[in-house]
Design a protein around this ligand. Sequence first.
Ligand code: DQA
Length: 145
Amino acid sequence: MTTILVLNGPNLGRLGTREPEVYGSETLDDIAAAVEASVPGADVEFRQTDDEAELIGWIHEAVDRKLPVVLNPAAFTHYSYALRDAAAQLKQAGVPLVEVHLSNPHTREAFRHTSVISGVATGVIAGFGADSYRLAVDWIQRSRG
Ligand code: DQA
């Protein structure tokens, strides 16, 4: 069975009440349940942290365990070179990384138009709400055959 790490960065634990007009009214637990149900053949490990070091540690774990990653880096997307350097190790190891966003950052403030992660990601899915995650895990599962 494929194990997929679904990693979430800062403030995503506040979904449900955080800017629902942008991010919807589902909580991260709701999204986790929907994602897990959508890939019954995979073992989905869904995690969230507000801490950059913890998130980087999880990426290192994925490199070492060769586990495919779905990553919503949240605001770290736009400025964390440390997270990008960690993600580059996934690319080096040939481990898939799908960057996801609930919203489409390109339709929002200018500072959100830059992702320092995309350049080392296998692909990017943005703007489909919780479906961004479902599309990502579906692709990982199908690409693993
Ligand atoms: C986000 C978009 C980011 O710009 C923002 O900082 C987030 C969430 C998204 O899922 O749409 O926290 O990654």
